[in-house]
Design a protein around this ligand. Structure first.
Ligand SMILES: O=C(O)CCC(=O)C(=O)O
Length: 374
């Protein structure tokens, strides 16, 4: 075992993971032990609140994934090996991320690409209904490729939302992602987390793990709204570095001398809805493929938007904009909002705490850049 592996095992040992450490040490002579070690670490990740899980166990889990995937590869089960490595990337710590990525990359060179996806002409585009009152007010402020200084002074500092145009034409994604078979080719066998259901507030909503190929099938055949699949708020670009090379972090994200918090993918069929909620970060929501309707309410209106009292949902409104119940929430009926249809190649600046509701009007891929100011 190398020094990094030893140091992770020492940390897991300190957490009481004696059996795990013993199994991992046996892996050198008996690689089949890796699966058992993996299962032990998996249990530890699921014992309590995810945020309380010690980093040592997350790194230990990722290490077990590296070893188990190597064993699966030796046995010729490349698809299962890729799934295990993806689980290591999604659920494991950062220590073995380069090893996981290298193993996936070498597996994908050795594996057959998945069979071709259907043609783009078969994509389902429905006429999506918009919430009552949409697109009747003055248009959202729009700026063509503002300088950093203009962005800072006119949007960032005063907290004003706006559409930025002409800022993404140079992204390789603008050409490559138009053809969904691209995702099949480079990531068809990769496992991704997908939200299934009407919205994250709806009854029956759940999260599923599936391969990118299966998810792409769900974009072609979305089914009814209760089975709609949305690859939402997932750091796909950390997981799949080839896709990271297709996007460019906007320079605006350096405003405020803060730190980039996360870059997330939002990929799904027509009709996905992210219900009205707010986030603590600055956000540039970049629309790469398709169009989305976005409605924004100022943070000053928070009380009238009736946030849930449950601490997990305090940033979400009880008001369902698709079926607003103004008898129950009378204060919300006459509130001022700004809205827009965000088109391909446009970014929307959403200042921190601004309430936003988002509905895709076509198959859509957006990328959000969240950052904090110092
Ligand atoms: O695009 C979406 O569905 C939601 C995006 C969003 O909520 C965000 O970027 O914070």
């Amino acid at each position: 075992m190398d020094a990094l592996e030893e140091s992770v095992l020492a940390s897991v040992w300190r957490q009481g993971g004696f059996a795990f450490c013993q199994l991992m040490r046996k892996c050198r002579s008996d690689p089949s032990m890796a699966e058992e070690a993996h299962d032990l670490a998996w249990e530890q990740l699921h014992l309590g609140d995810w945020h309380q899980v010690d980093c040592a166990w997350r790194d230990g889990y990722a290490l077990a994934c590296v070893y188990w995937a190597e064993e699966l590869r030796r046995k010729g089960d490349h698809a299962e090996a890729t799934r295990v490595l993806d689980m290591g990337l999604m659920m494991g710590g950062l220590a073995f991320r380069p090893r996981l990525n290298a193993a996936i990359s070498s597996l994908s060179q050795a594996s057959e690409p998945p069979s071709a996806v259907r043609g783009d002409d078969q994509l389902t585009v429905q006429a999506e209904s918009l919430p009552p009152g949409s697109l009747q007010g003055p248009p959202m402020r729009t700026m063509a490729f503002p300088s950093i200084q203009k962005f800072l002074q006119e949007l960032f500092a005063p907290g004003v939302p706006a559409i930025l145009t002409d800022t993404m034409a140079h992204w390789p994604a603008m050409k490559k992602w138009k053809d969904l078979s691209y995702f099949h080719k480079i990531a068809g066998n990769r496992t991704v987390p997908v939200e299934v259901g009407e919205t994250y507030l709806a009854e029956g909503w759940k999260q599923e793990l599936m391969t990118m190929s299966r998810f792409l099938d769900r974009i072609y055949d979305p089914g009814d709204s209760t089975s709609r699949a949305y690859l939402a708020q997932h750091p796909l670009f950390d997981q799949i570095p080839e896709l990271q090379r297709d996007i460019v972090t906007p320079d605006y994200c350096a405003c405020g001398d803060g730190e980039l918090h996360s870059i997330n993918a939002w990929f799904g069929p027509s009709g996905t809805v992210t219900p009205l909620h707010h986030d603590p970060h600055h956000n540039l929501l970049a629309q790469v493929v398709g169009t989305k309707y976005v409605r924004l309410y100022s943070p000053e209106l928070s009380d009238s938007l009736h946030p849930f009292s449950d601490p997990m949902l305090q940033n979400s409104s009880q008001l369902d904009l698709d079926k607003p119940d103004y008898e129950r929430f009378p204060l919300a009926e006459k509130l001022a909002f700004v809205d827009c249809v965000l088109g391909e190649g446009q970014m929307l600046y959403i200042p921190p705490k601004w309430w936003h509701y988002v509905k895709s009007l076509s198959p859509s891929f957006s990328v959000s850049f969240w950052w904090r100011s110092s």
